[in-house]
Design a protein around this ligand. Sequence first.
Ligand SMILES: [Zn+2]
Length: 229
Amino acid sequence: MLAFLIEHPTEGLILYETGAGENYPEIVGAPVQDVFSRVDYDKSMNLDEQIALTGHKIEDVKMVIIGHLHLDHSGGLEHFRGKNVPVYVHELELKYAFYSVATKTDLGVYMPHYLTFDINWVPVHGSYYEIASGLNLHLSPGHTPGLMIMQVNLKNSGTWIFTSDQYHVKENFEDDVPQGWLARDHAAWVQSHQMIKGLKRRTNAKVVLGHCWDTVRALGLEFAPKAYD
Ligand SMILES: [Zn+2]
C-alpha cells in the first residue's frame, strides 16, 4: 500500500493517495483481515510517520489527490477529516464510492469510515486535468469507474506515471495481463491500458503501480525519505 508525497514549487506539499488507515485491520472485517495478517506491517509505515521522515509534517500537506477510493488507498484520509485541505477525486469515483456504500452494492472495497462529509472533497471532471504545473491527471476507468492516474514531469528524472490500481503488479502492465474480477469494467480497463501504454511510450516514463513491491523496491521508493527530482 503506497502513498507519494510531492514537493511542488508553487503549490507546496501534495499527497497522491493515502494508503490504509491506522485502524485498517479492525475495519476491514474477517476475510480481508486474513490477508492483512500476512502483510508485513509496523507503525513506522504509517502515513504521518513516513511524512515525518521527509522533514515535513502531515499537517503541512496542502492538497491530496486520490487515484481511487478503495479502502487501502483512502484510509489515510482519516488525517484530513475536519480540515480545509482539498481532497481531489474524480467526479465519477466520488459518486460511485458513495453510491456503493449507501446501497451496499460494492461494499467491502469501499468503506463508510473513509467516505465522510467532513472531508473537503473537490471533484475533478472530464478525462484530463492539469491540476498544477507539471502535474497531470488522466481518467483511467476499469478497476473502478473513476480512477485517475497521475503523470508527474520532473526536471531531472523525467516523467513518472503513478497508476493506482489500474495495475496491481507489473505483470498487469508489462505483459498486458488484465485484472480479472478485480476490474469492475474489463472493456474500460483495456481502453485505459492502451492510453497509459501510449503515454509511457511518448514520455519514456517510469511507471509506478498500485501494489508492486518489486517495482517500488527497484526504484528505492519503499520507504521515505527516498526522493527524485
Ligand atoms: Zn483498488
